[in-house]
Design a protein around this ligand. Structure first.
Ligand SMILES: O=P(O)(O)OC[C@@]1(O)O[C@H](CO)[C@@H](O)[C@@H]1O
Ligand SMILES: [Mn+2]
Length: 470
C-alpha cells in the first residue's frame, strides 16, 4: 500500500487550512478573550479580587497565544498538570521528528489537524493555570445561546419523535425504515449547526428541519442509508435471545440542536429495538467551540425536562431514564480531545479501542471526526475510503458529516448529479471522482471490515454539493 500523503496544512497558501489558521482561529481566540472580559464582574462577584486577577492572567495568556499563532511561532510544550499533558508533549516531539528538519513545528508549517486541536488545548491551559476560573467554559455562552435560538426546531423534532413513538409498535418494516432514514437525515443536517465553522457567529437551526428534508435531498448525491439499515435490521433479527445485543455507538459532535437530533435518533433506535444499547461519546474538555462536553450533555437533558413544552420535557425525562436504566451510556474519553488520527487509537488509547470493538456500528458525527478518521491528508479523491482509515476499524462504522473541509473520498459511484470539470461521462465504479466543491453533505457507511478485496469495493459512496441554506 502506498505511503499516506502529506497532511493538510497552512503551508499550502490558499487552502481552507490556510484560511482557517490565518483568519478563523484568531477570530475564535479573540472571541474567547472578549468573553472573559465580559465575565469580569461575574468573576468578581463569585471570587472577589482573586477572580479578577485570574481573568487578567488568562487574557494575557490568550493574547500571547494569539500572537504566537499570527506570527507563526514554534509550538511550545504544555505545562499544566492534566493527565493528557505528557501525551500532548510526546506528540509535539513526534512532530519535531517528522518535520524532517524543516524547522520547529509551527502554526503554518505543521499539520492543520494538529495546530487546530493544539489551539483548543492551549485555551484550556489558559484557564487551568488560573484558578478560581479554571472551570470556566469560554464557549458555554455561545452553546447556550445556540440552544435557545433553535427552540422552534427542537420543539419540532421532539414533537415529531413523541408522535412517532405513540404507534411505533404498529409500524411495519418499510415504515420503520422510512422513519429511520428521516431521522438519520435530521441528524446529518443538524451537523451544520457548528460554531467552529462560523467562528462563533450564530449558526443555529431556526426552521423545522423535517419540512426541508425533501428540498435537501439533492444535496446528498448518494447516500448509503440502505446498508446501514440492513446492518441494524439484520442485527435486530439476530437479537432474539436476550444475551445478544445490538450496540450503537454515537461519537457526538456539536451541542445544541445537533445533540438533540442525535438523542432523537438514539431514542428511535432504542424504541424500535434496532439497538438494545446506545453509547454516546462526548468531549473531555471544551472543544472546537460547540462540541459536546459532559456538562453540555447533562445541561441539555435538564433544560429539556424543565421546558414548558410537553414533548420537550417528555424527551428529557425519557432520555434521563434511559441513562439511569443503563440502556444508554455516556463516555468522555480524553482521546477524543487529543490531536491524533484515529488510526493511532489502538496504540494511544487501547482501552477506548477495545470499548469500540464491542459496538455493532459506530456512527461518527461531523467534519472533525471525519478528518481524524482519514488523517486529514491530501488524499487523491479516488483513494478507497477504507484505505484512508489506515487500518482503523474497531467495528463497522459510519461517518455522517456536512463537508466543511477539503478532504473527501469517492469510492464507488452509483449515481452522480455532478461531473468533474470537463463534464466527463459516468466512468467505472472507482474511477470517476467529483472535484472538491465548497461544502456538501455525506452519508458514509463502512461495511464490516472487509475480508476480501471485493468486500472493500462495496464500501463507500460519497458526493458533495453546496450545503443548503437553513
Ligand atoms: O466537526 P464539526 O463540528 O462538523 O466541524 C468542525 C470544524 O468546523 O472545524 C474546522 C474549521 O475550524 C473544520 O474543519 C471543521 O469542519
Ligand atoms: Mn464540532
Amino acid at each position: 500500500m502506498a505511503a499516506a500523503p502529506v497532511s493538510l496544512s497552512g503551508r499550502f497558501k490558499g487552502s481552507f487550512a490556510y484560511f482557517t489558521i490565518k483568519d478563523r482561529l484568531p477570530q475564535i481566540l479573540t472571541r474567547v478573550i472578549d468573553t472573559l472580559h465580559r465575565h469580569k464582574n461575574e468573576f468578581f462577584e463569585k471570587h472577589g479580587e482573586k477572580g479578577v486577577e485570574a481573568e487578567k492572567r488568562a487574557i494575557s495568556f490568550l493574547s500571547k497565544l494569539r500572537n504566537e499563532l499570527q506570527t507563526d511561532k514554534p509550538m511550545i510544550p504544555l505545562n499544566d498538570e492534566l493527565p493528557d499533558t505528557p501525551i500532548w508533549n510526546q506528540y509535539l516531539e513526534y512532530q519535531r521528528n517528522v518535520s524532517n528538519g524543516n524547522g520547529q513545528p509551527s502554526w503554518f508549517q505543521s499539520p492543520w489537524l494538529y495546530v487546530e486541536c493544539y489551539m483548543y488545548r492551549r485555551i484550556h491551559e489558559a484557564l487551568i493555570h488560573n484558578p478560581p476560573i479554571d472551570d470556566f467554559d469560554p464557549f458555554m455562552e455561545a452553546k447556550i445561546q445556540s440552544f435557545f435560538e433553535a427552540q422552534q426546531a427542537i420543539i419540532a423534532v421532539c414533537t415529531y419523535l413523541q408522535e412517532l413513538l405513540k404507534n411505533i409498535e404498529d409500524l411495519n418494516e418499510n415504515q420503520l425504515k422510512e422513519e429511520f432514514f428521516k431521522l438519520l437525515q435530521v441528524s446529518l443536517w443538524g451537523n451544520r449547526c457548528d460554531l467552529s465553522i462560523s467562528a462563533g457567529e450564530d449558526n443555529s437551526q431556526k426552521s423545522n428541519l423535517l419540512q426541508s428534508l425533501n428540498d435537501f435531498k439533492s444535496f446528498i448525491l448518494v447516500d448509503d442509508m440502505e446498508n446501514l439499515w440492513s446492518l441494524l435490521l439484520n442485527s435486530k433479527k439476530r437479537t432474539t435471545t436476550k444475551e445478544s445485543i445490538t450496540r450503537v455507538d454515537i461519537i457526538l459532535d456539536n451541542a445544541g440542536f445537533e445533540l438533540i437530533t442525535d438523542l432523537v435518533l438514539a431514542n428511535f433506535l432504542s424504541s424500535s429495538k434496532l439497538a438494545t444499547e446506545v453509547h454516546f461519546h462526548g468531549k473531555y474538555i471544551p472543544w472546537f467551540v460547540s462540541d459536546t462536553t459532559k456538562h453540555d450533555f447533562n445541561w441539555t437533558l435538564k433544560q429539556l425536562q424543565s421546558a414548558n413544552h410537553m414533548w420537550m420535557s417528555r424527551c428529557g425525562m425519557n432520555w434521563e431514564g434511559n441513562l439511569k436504566k443503563g440502556v444508554w451510556v455516556y463516555h468522555d474519553h480524553m482521546f477524543w480531545t487529543l490531536p491524533h488520527e484515529f488510526s493511532s487509537m489502538a496504540q494511544v488509547a487501547p482501552d477506548l479501542y477495545a470499548e469500540l470493538q464491542k459496538s455493532s456500528v459506530i456512527i461518527f458525527k461531523g467534519d472533525l471526526n471525519y478528518r481524524k478518521l482519514t488523517g486529514d491528508r491530501k488524499w487523491e479523491f479516488t483513494v478507497p475510503f477504507h484505505q484512508a482509515l489506515n487500518k482503523f476499524h474497531p467495528a463497522p462504522l459510519c461517518s455522517i458529516r456536512t463537508l466543511k473541509a477539503e478532504i473527501q473520498f469517492c469510492l464507488t459511484i452509483r449515481l452522480s448529479k455532478c461531473t468533474p470539470s470537463g463534464g466527463s461521462q459516468m466512468q467505472s465504479r472507482r474511477e470517476m471522482c467529483l472535484h472538491a466543491a465548497a461544502g456538501g453533505a455525506c452519508m458514509w457507511q463502512l461495511l464490516p471490515p472487509p475480508t476480501t478485496p471485493a468486500a472493500e469495493s462495496e464500501v463507500l459512496q460519497s458526493h458533495r454539493v453546496g450545503i443548503p441554506a437553513k
